[in-house]
Design a binder for this molecule. Structure first.
Ligand code: NAD
Ligand code: UDP
Ligand code: UDP
Length: 338
């Protein structure tokens, strides 16, 4: 097909009447599924700031209008309440596909990873858009290779409690490559490692949001298992830079996008103590089944081919989410009449 690619074919000549000076290129029309969520809303901010038109598709399963409310009224921004499990017709240049129930407490409920990805790939095929899948480090399962390179095939339990997420994303990667090879769709795959920052869901059970919220609420931080399992935590603006570099670049991937700094959960609790409350305590809880023992990205490929690497360390990034968390916790408490 002749209209394939991110050539700005659906670009409208200047809705606002002005194209920012840094755009030596045409304005793009971009869909962000899951754009009302944590990562999506930061991505949308960046795309709007550089002058593109953004359409968010979100069913508000875990996302919130609050994350986007500052863009309401912007003529280059549009928000559609829609479940990507259902087909949708749009004319766009690029699709960032983030929609997914992404946390352990939510992801069991939904076939989004398979049906949603299929629909967005169908859309990309029909209009010749470039499609970017936000996959996850969880495709590596409980890894037998450390750190994880993109060439590693993973160690995933197909019937475990986490498998609808792990295997859902693995299937999404498969579909993405099938549409690439079979239908010539331009695709990009990011494998995202644990990411944190402002607008993270408060109560979705992720370790960073749990510890930060608990420390602010003066509750003990809940360490699962012995706390010696490791993760690598990336600040959200680094991830957004990586996603945009990947979409704009020439390589399909998959690319690991994460911060290689590796911490045990006990070490993370120490950083949270230093940043928020030196008197914060910890409390041990049983761990969940199939919890990966360690995880750390090898980001050599992204460094070399995307010229990308994270800039913000955990120590510098954690303080950047504290005021957002404090405000939201305060509002919640006020809502309860406390
Ligand atoms: P999030 O829960 O904040 O955002 C997901 C968004 O998708 C929400 O706004 C939700 O309402 C929306 N959504 C869910 N199901 C939908 C559906 N069927 N139709 C339309 N919208 C739907 O999560 P996030 O942390 O921002 O994650 C974004 C993406 O990044 C996800 O695909 C996730 O798997 C991936 N990822 C995130 C991390 C991380 O640490 N945050 C790590 C690895 C991968
Ligand atoms: N699809 C969509 N929007 C489009 C084009 C397709 O939501 O603009 C959906 C379509 O309904 C189908 C899926 O994407 O469920 C895959 O589409 P494709 O054309 O690849 O498959 P087919 O319809 O031929 O099975
Ligand atoms: N975890 C923890 N306390 C919590 C929440 C999570 O110790 O309150 C642990 C969890 O067992 C896992 C790690 O922190 O080993 C990261 O969990 P998260 O759900 O944030 O990310 P994922 O497991 O998807 O990497």
């Amino acid at each position: 097909s002749s209209n394939r690619g991110s050539q700005g074919i659906f670009q409208r000549r200047s809705v606002s009447g002005r194209v920012p000076a840094d755009l030596g290129r045409r304005r793009l029309r971009i869909v962000v599924t899951g754009g009302a969520g944590f990562v999506g809303s930061h991505l949308v901010d960046k795309l709007i700031a550089r002058g593109d038109e953004v359409i968010v598709i979100d069913n508000f399963f875990t996302g919130r209008k609050d994350n986007l409310v500052h863009l309401f009224g912007n003529p280059r921004f549009e928000l559609i309440r829609h479940d990507v499990v259902e087909p949708i017709l749009l004319e766009v240049d690029q699709i960032y596909h983030l929609a997914c129930p992404a946390s352990p407490v939510h992801y069991k409920y939904n076939p989004t990873n398979v049906m949603g990805t299929l629909n967005m790939l169908g859309l990309a095929k029909r209009v010749g858009a470039r499609f970017l899948l936000t996959s996850t480090s969880e495709v590596y399962g409980d890894p037998l290779e450390h750190p994880q390179k993109e060439t590693y095939w993973g160690n995933v339990n197909p019937i475990g409690e986490r498998s609808c997420y792990d295997e859902g994303k693995r299937t999404a990667e498969t579909l993405t490559m099938d549409y690439h090879r079979g239908a010539g769709v331009e695709v990009r795959i990011a494998r995202i490692f644990n990411t944190y920052g402002p607008r993270m869901c408060l109560d979705d059970g992720r370790v960073v949001s749990n510890f930060v919220a608990q420390a602010i609420r003066k509750q003990p931080m809940t360490v699962y298992g012995d706390g010696k399992q490791t993760r690598s935590f990336q600040y959200v603006s680094d991830l957004v830079d990586g996603l945009v570099a990947l979409m704009g670049g020439e390589h399909v991937g998959p690319f690991n996008l994460g911060n290689p700094g590796e911490f045990t959960m006990l070490e993370l609790a120490e950083v949270v103590k230093t940043v928020i409350d030196p008197s914060a305590s910890i409390e041990f809880r049983p761990n969940t089944a199939d919890d990966p023992h360690k995880r750390k990205p090898d980001i050599g490929r992204a460094k070399e081919l995307l010229n990308w690497e994270p800039k913000i360390s955990l120590k510098d990034g954690l303080p950047l989410m504290v005021s957002d968390f404090r405000n939201r916790i305060l509002n919640e408490d006020e809502g309860k009449g406390l």
